[in-house]
Design a protein around this ligand. Structure first.
Ligand SMILES: [Zn+2]
Length: 317
């Protein structure tokens, strides 16, 4: 199987990905998401940080470390560019979703880890989905960062479908692993707008991964999320499962939790205390006391695609 995949993908970069264009993001949503914020990529404010001829964004405590990582991302993009290993996302090869291997078995549900172990397992498999572009005002690469995680050690990575939608033609998609190695995307295997998941492939082996949980979590079960909200890289949040929504229309299933996330968190893993993925971070819904004017926000509900839905989508493709 592995050899076959490599054979399919060698010499990519010339076939346009037909899955990228023309599908509505919000079509047919049966959930009350009309006021949902879409935590996609980082805003333009952060795009300008590495531009030497522009002013710096207002300082925050987190910024020096995050800026260092962003500089590392830029250096790695420049290296890939020098090696001729970058292609715009629109030229990335679409690969057969049937080539996604069987997903690894989950950890036993009673196999609770201590919090440090759990974090290390989560961090090792959580990636930065970089949608970069070459600046026309300086020599650097800028761009947005969404979240994602490795679902199979042979280079299979999952993120939110909407993180890859509506990208300008000059955007280059790459994946930075937790060990700070940067990989140009080698193929797109699946983009499902209803479940809001995308499976992409990078040429790497023996990667740390997170297994999908076998069963749906119960309300009250503890969950952890590791994501990159608004350029704050690898932020851990904790909470519980708030509720599971099962609709008759698409999107069929959603998982709501109390662990916060924000713009840039899309595609992040939501794991249980055994280290299994129970969901993928998607969006937030804000409840306002004055919904008409969107004033006096009272509650923000983080909403995810449940693992069951992820598994079903991958298996039927
Ligand atoms: Zn620039």
């Amino acid at each position: 199987m592995k050899r076959r995949i490599v054979a399919v993908l060698t010499g990519l970069a010339s076939v346009a990905c037909g899955l990228v264009a023309g599908i509505s993001l919000n079509g047919g949503s049966a959930l009350p998401e009309s006021r949902a914020a879409c935590p996609l990529a980082m805003p333009m404010r952060d795009d300008t940080i590495l531009c030497k001829d522009t002013e710096r964004a207002p300082s925050t405590f987190a910024q020096p470390a995050d800026e260092a990582l962003r500089a590392q991302l830029n250096e790695a993009m420049l290296a890939l560019e020098r090696e001729g290993r970058l292609a715009p996302f629109t030229a990335v090869q679409q690969i057969d979703a049937a080539l996604i291997p069987d997903l690894p078995e989950p950890h036993a549900a009673d196999e609770a880890r201590d919090s440090t172990d759990l974090y290390q397992q989560l961090a090792a498999a959580t990636v930065m989905i970089h949608t970069g572009y070459k600046c026309d005002r300086c020599a650097n690469w800028h761009g947005g960062v969404a979240s994602g995680f490795i679902i199979h050690p042979d280079g299979w990575v999952i993120t939110a479908a909407h993180a890859l939608r509506n990208l300008e033609a000059n955007r280059h998609l790459s994946v930075m692993l937790h060990d700070r190695t940067l990989h140009s995307i080698a193929g797109v295997a699946l983009i499902d707008d209803d479940a809001d998941i995308a499976v992409i492939w990078i040429e790497a082996l023996n990667l740390p991964f997170l297994p999908l949980a076998a069963d749906a979590p119960s309300p009250g079960a503890p969950v952890s999320v590791l994501s990159h909200p608004n350029g704050h890289f690898y932020v851990l949040t904790r909470g519980v499962v708030s509720r599971l929504l099962d609709n008759t229309a698409q999107p069929r299933q959603r998982l709501q939790i109390t662990a916060p996330f924000a713009i840039g968190s899309s595609g992040a893993p939501v794991i249980d205390d055994a280290g299994n993925v129970v969901g993928l971070a998607l969006s937030t819904e804000t409840i306002y006391a004055d919904p008409e004017h969107q004033k006096n926000p009272q509650l923000v509900i983080p909403t995810c695609t449940p693992a069951e839905e992820i598994r079903a989508v991958i298996e039927r493709n």
